[in-house]
Design a protein around this ligand. Structure first.
Ligand code: ATP
Ligand code: MG
Length: 474
């Protein structure tokens, strides 16, 4: 005797009872509903009650035998026949009404031979309060999603334009990084696309639907950094406010924290950051409780980290913790073969929505090959934008158009006449030096697209020194 037998013998009488129950129930269901309909295995109407026929607007005898889809275009009864799956509640559009319907398969001898459907409500009015609540919840959800999207990444890996071997290697490593949870360190000159890569790694990672939070260490005054990172407890200090302020670590919980310009992090904060990474806990300023945080770190810098490690301005223990997977982003001058695709993409982007005619001639492109691009792709973008504006978008950008917006003369190729200007009268050294300094500052500002922090970095001086010099120059 197998264990199946008692169950089998139990089922038959139960099936009998079920059949009797259904028989008794059907007329009630039919009457209580606003319509009832049956289809055969081919999805043709085999029976329809008068109330459903009235809803459709044709007498039952004209409906029987027709494919149900022809009469009720949005019906899913054929699916019920195909899958054998009942659907107890569904909303179906019929003309400009919404009907609440129930669909059941009709099974005989284990085979689906048709389907039965009831219109439970043809008037959603009684459900209005419920629907209203549902709509409000939907709106809340959409608002929350929008808020989250603002805190999420805009770029994906396809935004890192380039097909040169160097660019492909960067993308290969970025994909590798996306598949892991380890910290990533992006090293590269200003304007090479580190921010794009950081976002792209997040977008391609398992954390893509969680927050991406960026902090630019160079942009925040030193005395505010700690609060920015770890948050502030309510009433922590005078003026701290009554409410707790979350730090970037907490905001990024579950997602990715992008530490941009990590080389600009003051030593005191480096020690605190190291502790947070080791313990995976943060303690908001003025609080005595810790919060555990799960954050994936991507850091970036354009500084010479080797030099900073050597002169002790960056802690080596923190460096090794951040530099588990290193991605060196090459400067534009090392991947000049990408200039063509980059120009095409950037011009399209710059002219987007405008009336400008965004095209570059082969000669114009050749001029760009002559330049050394200290500000990399950001500088390229600025040069193209400037050339488009000057040219008023009339024709494709020519060699002189491009030469005119580059800060140094380019040889031949239709550029302005060449490098060595005629030697002028000999001037006092201080004047010559001052003029050279002014030229260097102007070049750097131009390369950085007017961004003074970046210009200062390119010149190897601090922001405050640059401000002083600018003040003296004007
Ligand atoms: N590979 C690329 N493809 C397309 N656009 C790029 C690429 N790299 C950079 N850009 C563009 O150049 C500009 C600078 O890029 P991004 O901000 O990512 O550089 P960065 O390396 O973070 O520079 P910084 O160190 O100055 O912050 C942006 O406008 C970006 O869209
Ligand atoms: Mg950046």
């Amino acid at each position: 005797m197998t264990g199946m037998e008692p169950a089998e013998s139990f089922r038959d009488p139960a099936m009998g009872v079920t059949r009797e129950l259904m028989k008794a129930l059907l007329p009630h269901l039919e009457q209580a509903s606003a319509g009832a309909i049956a289809v055969d295995a081919d999805g043709r109407i085999s029976w329809i009650n008068p109330s459903y026929a009235r809803l459709i607007g044709e007498p039952p005898e004209q409906l029987v035998g027709r494919p149900v889809r022809e009469v009720i275009p949005n019906t899913r009864m054929p699916e019920t026949v195909r899958t054998g799956q009942p659907k107890l509640l569904d909303i179906m559009e019929f003309r400009d009404q919404q009907l609440v319907v129930t669909r059941l398969p009709v099974v005989d001898g284990g085979r689906v031979i048709g389907a039965l459907a009831f219109v439970v409500y043809d008037d959603l009015q009684p459900l209005a309060p419920l629907m209203g609540k549902y709509r409000r919840l939907q709106e809340d959800l959409a608002a929350a999603r929008r808020a989250l999207a603002r805190r999420s990444a805009r770029y994906s890996l396809s935004d890192f334009v380039g097909a040169s071997p160097a660019a492909l290697e960067v993308k290969r490593r970025a994909r590798l990084a996306a598949g892991r949870e380890t910290p990533v360190l992006l090293l590269g000159e200003t304007g090479t696309g580190k921010e794009i890569l950081a976002q792209a790694i997040h977008s391609a990672s398992a954390r893509a639907n969680r927050p991406f939070v960026g902090v630019n260490l160079a942009a925040i005054p030193e005395n505010l950094l700690e609060a920015e990172f770890f948050g502030v407890a309510p009433g922590a200090y005078t003026g701290a406010g009554e409410r707790a302020r979350e730090g970037k670590f907490q905001l990024a919980h579950g997602g990715t924290l992008f530490l941009d310009e990590i080389g600009d992090m003051p030593l005191a904060l480096q020690a605190k950051l190291l502790r947070v990474l080791e313990e995976q806990e943060v303690e908001p300023l003025g609080s005595n409780t810790v919060h555990s945080v799960d954050v994936r770190i991507i850091a970036a810098t354009s500084r010479d980290m080797d030099a900073m490690l050597r002169d002790g301005t960056f802690r080596s223990d923190l460096y090794y913790r951040l530099n588990v997977l290193e991605i060196r982003v090459p400067p534009l001058r090392e991947r000049l073969n990408d200039l063509g695709v980059l120009c095409e993409t950037l011009l399209e982007d710059i002219a987007l929505g405008g009336e400008l005619h965004a095209e570059l001639t082969a000669e114009g492109l050749a001029v760009l090959h002559q330049y050394h691009w200290p500000g990399n792709i950001r500088e390229l973008r600025n040069a193209l934008a400037q050339a488009l504006t000057l040219n008023e978008g009339e024709q494709a950008l020519s060699a002189p158009d491009m030469a005119a917006v580059l800060p140094v003369p380019t040889e031949g190729l239709g550029g302005p006449p060449s490098a060595n200007p005629p030697a002028g009268p000999v001037r006092p050294l201080a004047e010559t030096v001052a003029a050279a300094e002014q030229a260097a500052i102007e070049d750097a500002l131009r390369a950085a697209g007017g961004n003074r922090s970046q210009a200062a970095r390119m010149l190897g001086i601090s922001r405050s020194v640059l401000y002083e010099k600018l003040a003296r120059m004007s």
